[in-house]
Design a protein around this ligand. Structure first.
Ligand code: PEP
Ligand code: MG
Length: 325
């Protein structure tokens, strides 16, 4: 089995009926890179940059960040690297920032909200990213966007930092893609407006599920509500993909759901373009997709969207998987 999986390292990521997708890996530190290179992933679909800021007593400098981003871009040799700007807040704290305590941190000043409130934080990171962009294929992704205005503000700051660097004669790639995570139901429901102003979406199901079901992803006592296969989640995913297609953009997914074998047939059927997951599951996902018919999965997804409960969706998918094995 292991040897069979290895044989997928340099195969294209495509379904049995020839529909191509991208299978990407998530990383949370430079140490994760070796596994990504081994996995044959087509890209890095989520680089969580929080590690640069955590476990230390002061903010990382522009120079420190630049050298990490540059290293990852160079190692990926022209494959796309989606780097997410700082997603701090919620359950992740930075003691040295001394931010006010909030009674609902997951609904508070987290991620892009904090970065727009403490703009210099974002400016430093964006400068490091822009400088690193000359060394590979960079995509920049903003987390926790709820409304179009946040995306505009982030993009304006990015454009300002780019202009300053260019004026100083520093090389910046002209091909940087700029996208956002869809993690908040309001963003999914308004995806058309967001798609007009972004190059891509990446659905962050870990948060999207928590916010859709109003169930804290860390709270055991409501874990039963954490339902990736719930039709409400599938409908949101579908809306986002359709909206991105209408505007000629692409949609990926970088939450845990993207690597779930029981979700992959549905996601393929819904037309998800990029699946980003732990490097350790990239090959099995590629193998699974190579056996699936995109056309059949589209029918399966349509059926799933008509159902009313996660159990029913799971039964449908598992039955389909069992029949096709
Ligand atoms: C997500 O919310 O699905 C996601 C990928 O981001 P994180 O898990 O870092 O919040
Ligand atoms: Mg998230």
């Amino acid at each position: 089995k292991q040897a069979r999986l290895r044989s997928f390292v340099d195969r294209p990521s495509a379904s049995a009926d020839g529909h191509e997708v991208e299978l990407a890996a998530n990383i949370g530190s430079v140490a994760d890179l070796a596994k990504v290179l081994e996995s044959g992933a087509d890209a890095i679909g989520l680089f969580r940059t929080e590690f640069l800021y955590m476990g230390r007593s002061s903010l990382p400098t522009e120079e420190e960040q630049f050298s990490v981003y540059r290293h990852v871009l160079e190692k990926m040799q022209g494959k796309r690297v989606v780097i997410r700007t700082l997603d701090i807040g919620g359950d992740k704290e930075l003691p040295y920032l001394d931010l006010p305590k909030e009674s609902n941190p997951f609904l508070g000043r987290r991620a892009i909200r904090l970065c727009l409130a403490e703009e210099e934080l974002l400016r430093v990171q964006l400068r490091a990213l822009l400088r690193a962009s000359a060394y590979g294929r960079l995509a920049i992704m903003f987390p926790m966007i709820a409304v179009v205005q946040e995306l505009r503000d982030a993009k304006r700051i990015l454009a300002e930092e780019r202009a300053k660097l260019e004026q100083a004669g520093i090389a910046v790639s002209s091909g940087i893609e700029v996208g956002l995570m869809i993690e908040i139901p309001a963003a999914a429901l308004n995806a058309d407006a967001l798609a007009r102003e972004a190059d891509f979406f990446s659905i962050g199901t870990n948060d999207l599920i928590q916010y859709t079901m109003a169930a804290d992803r860390m709270n055991e006592s409501v874990a039963y509500l954490y339902q990736p296969h719930h039709p409400s989640i599938l409908r949101l995913v579908e809306m986002v993909i359709r909206a991105s297609e209408r505007h000629g953009r692409w949609t990926g997914m970088c939450g845990e759901m993207a690597g779930d074998p029981d979700a992959i047939p549905l996601l393929l059927g819904l037309g998800l373009h990029e699946f980003s997951m732990s490097a350790s599951t990239v090959l099995s996902a590629r193998e699974q997709i190579s056996r699936l018919s995109r056309a059949e999965c589209a029918g399966l997804a349509r059926q799933a969207l008509e159902l009313g409960a996660q159990d029913e969706v799971l039964a449908l998918v598992r039955n389909y998987i069992a029949r096709s094995e």
